[in-house]
Design a protein around this ligand. Structure first.
Ligand code: XXG
Ligand code: FE2
Ligand code: CA
Length: 336
């Protein structure tokens, strides 16, 4: 495990994301009926959702808004004092910081701090959150793709080394990378919990949210999700997969929700908790890296992503990237 900056908060895991969606009923169909999330809280403008394994209030919040965007991603920290540490840490970096008292922020979440991080992303750090009824063995309530839990955030940023350095300062380890011949970084996967990642960086115009990764227990649930969308002629929601990733070895399917927010259904990655766990490095010309069977990645997957909001709710400006992994798809032999 990487050594964090001494003043950094102790991050436990990627905990929830809050998305602005333009039609809450359409989003409910997608996330609840089709993916199988459970509704923990609901009012006229908000849905708080969780997977079967999640013992905290939510891992996804959908808020009705005029612009489809990311409100924030949120990390849980180990103690209430770590919320104060986060406030000091990001203030010290000269970043915008706002304290959010219990009751003023997201339902179910206690005292929190929201920041715009050095990469331009809206990020919340919280410790206190309401607990929820255990649904692990409520097989009778399972439906759709039977999502078990949130697994990770994937974010687009033009400067992967800067993203890597920032998350390293927060104590994240790096499980895998995609690198060019001169070791220029195209992508990196970083973790606090003992899986392949809590956050990954995709090189591209940013800050933008690339996708949310949500986990099922088994690969048949990933296949079932694809079959469900096909059966009701909603196959246009399927963007990429099903397939086996090279990076992470996970089995995957990418879908786009009614607003175009991307979600990955993901299962069966591996343990990374040993203190001397080594980074596995893929070359960008290895066609197995993003799909272990060598299937091509569709262009929209590299290029399209969700805008992110500032602390005042206005869209963050985006900077273009220099490296373009989709252009590196064709190998030196001219074959894809
Ligand atoms: O979670 C992931 C991903 O970031 O969505 C993509 C694991 C692996 C990959 S990749 O496309 O690189 O195999
Ligand atoms: Fe992912
Ligand atoms: Ca398609």
């Amino acid at each position: 495990m990487t050594r964090a900056h001494p003043d950094a908060p102790d991050v436990v895991r990627s905990a929830y994301a809050q998305l602005a969606v333009t039609d809450l009923a359409a989003s409910r169909w997608f996330w609840v009926d089709m993916l199988g999330f459970h509704v923990q809280y609901e009012d006229a403008g908000t849905l708080c959702l969780r997977g079967t394994d999640e013992l905290t209030h939510h891992s996804l919040v959908l808020r009705r808004g005029d612009l489809a965007a990311l409100d924030h991603i949120a990390y849980r920290v180990r103690t209430p004092e770590d919320v104060d540490k986060a406030e000091k840490f990001f203030t010290g970096l000269g970043r915008p910081v706002r304290r959010v008292q219990k009751g003023d922020g997201t339902p179910g979440v206690g005292d929190a701090v929201r920041v715009i991080d050095p990469l331009g992303f809206p990020v919340e750090f919280f410790h206190d959150i309401e607990h929820a009824e255990r649904l692990i063995q409520r097989y009778d309530l399972r439906h759709g793709a039977e999502i078990a839990r949130l697994d990770h955030f994937n974010i687009c940023t033009p400067d992967i080394p800067a993203a890597y350095a920032h998350y390293k300062s927060l104590g994240f380890g790096c499980s895998e990378t995609i690198e060019g011949d001169e070791h220029e970084l195209y992508a990196a996967w970083m973790y606090r919990k003992q899986t392949v990642h809590d956050v990954a960086f995709t090189c591209g115009a940013g800050p933008r949210l690339h996708h949310l990764g949500v986990a099922t227990h088994e690969s048949h649930q990933v296949l079932r999700a694809a079959d469900l969308f096909g059966s009701i002629r909603k196959e246009h929601h399927i963007e990429r997969g099903p397939g086996r990733h090279g990076v992470s070895n996970a089995f995957y399917l990418y879908l786009r929700d009614p607003d175009g927010h991307r979600v990955e259904i993901y299962t069966s990655d591996y343990y990374t908790g040993d203190p001397d766990h080594e980074t596995y490095r893929w070359n960008v010309h290895d066609d197995r890296r993003r799909d272990f069977w060598g299937n091509a990645v569709i262009e929209s997957w590299y290029k399209e992503a969700t805008p992110v909001l500032g602390l005042d709710g206005s869209p963050q400006l985006v900077s273009d990237a220099v490296l373009d992994e989709s252009a590196a798809q064709v190998g030196a032999d001219g074959l894809g």
